[in-house]
Ligand binder design. Structure first.
Ligand code: COA
Length: 328
């Protein structure tokens, strides 16, 4: 999957200290424009490497932090069938983190450094995972709509130019499509249930509406990285295009269940573009910069996991120990 071509951090540092050769840059851009995949051992512009590390690393962090709000509901799932599905989903999300950290490592940043940057607050992760899952209906909304939004983004990114990231995303998308089914099933069950269940779902939907709009990033005008990432075909759709695609797919599904969205200005215009009220971009900025409702809690749990799991990692690092003799 990763092409077995890892770049060591020393090699990556050396490459990053060099100026990009204009001839190599032109050849690289021509390859990428033709739709060829870039592999870890290939020449790539310094900034392409930096941008990919940033993006894939943030994506990997989002998977492992994203498992936390759902993880808190495993013990409180309403029945055994829902509990089993949730356990499997949470386990998959951690696996996605594993695939993505491996893809980012091919570019020369170690997993230890990535995790250290997450825990110190230097690296970002997706805004949506800094909100609480207050009721079981939040789990339905996460499973259906957060996963639905993630699939829109990931299917697009999986057609991008960096081979290891695309291959990891293809596999992730297969698994995400199962997640979406369980989320949809849960969502429809509550939407067609008792008045109390419907109210609970409507309240959760109202809570998640704005974070879901934020999920695709700032508007195209405010996006700092889109231009370069689109030129190098890392991103194949802009933030606004992805957001529009998501609204187009999911708003009708929500409305047909007689649920509402908390925005009187949400509507599709004659050009087929969804219009909505300002979703409070200041809130988005606060949340992605560490000041959301659950940022401190999420990082505290990850720090605990890092500490508590250290002995396991140390044991695995002892290469000289071939196997452990079982106790009689
Ligand atoms: N949550 C947290 N931070 C976000 C964000 C979000 N939903 N959307 C954008 N940002 C951050 C960006 O990381 C960037 O910050 P940085 O410069 O400190 O890294 C800043 O906001 C400006 O955004 P933009 O220039 O538009 O970033 P981008 O071109 O990388 O686009 C994504 C943002 C999320 C669309 C893009 O990075 C992406 O597709 N990432 C991979 C998928 C992913 O991570 N999914 C999340 C979990 S499933």
């Amino acid at each position: 999957m990763y092409g077995n071509a890892y770049i060591s951090p020393e090699e990556a540092k050396q490459m990053q200290s060099q100026q990009d050769d204009p001839k190599q840059l032109a050849l690289f851009e021509a390859r990428v424009a033709k739709g060829e995949k870039v592999e870890p051992g290939d020449w790539m512009p310094t900034d392409y490497r930096k941008q990919l590390i940033r993006m894939i690393e943030q994506h990997a962090h989002s998977e492992i932090v994203g498992a936390l709000p759902e993880g808190t509901w495993i013990t409180r799932a309403p029945n055994f069938r829902r509990k089993l599905a949730l356990i499997a989903k949470v386990q998959d999300e951690i696996g996605h983190g594993q695939l993505l950290y491996s893809a980012a490592e091919t570019l020369g940043k170690t997993r230890e450094q990535m995790l250290a940057d997450l825990l110190s607050g230097k690296s970002k992760y997706s805004n949506v995972f800094n909100y609480p899952a207050k009721t079981w209906a939040d789990i339905a909304v996460i499973g259906f709509l957060v996963d639905g939004a993630a699939i829109v983004n990931q299917v697009i990114n999986s057609k991008g130019s960096y081979g290891p990231y695309c291959r990891a995303l293809e596999r992730i998308c297969y698994e995400e499509s199962f997640h979406l089914k369980q989320g949809h099933d849960n969502f429809v069950y509550l939407a067609t249930g008792t008045p109390q269940q419907r109210n609970m779902l409507q309240e959760a939907l109202n809570r998640w509406y704005r974070p879901l709009l934020h999920f695709f990033g700032p508007s195209d005008k405010a996006s700092q990285h889109s231009e370069k990432l689109m030129k190098w075909r890392v991103k194949l759709a802009s933030n606004d295009d992805m957001r529009n695609q998501f609204l187009d797919q999911y708003v009708p599904k929500i409305l047909e269940l007689d649920l509402t969205l908390p925005d009187p200005n949400l509507k599709k215009n004659d050009a087929g573009i969804w219009e909505f009220s300002d979703p409070d971009w200041d809130e988005f900025k606060r949340v992605i910069n560490g000041d959301g409702p659950c940022n401190a809690e999420r990082l505290a749990v990850r720090r605990y996991a890092e500490e508590a799991g250290r002995w396991v990692r140390n044991a695995l690092m002892r290469k000289e120990e071939k196997y452990v003799v079982p106790l009689a």
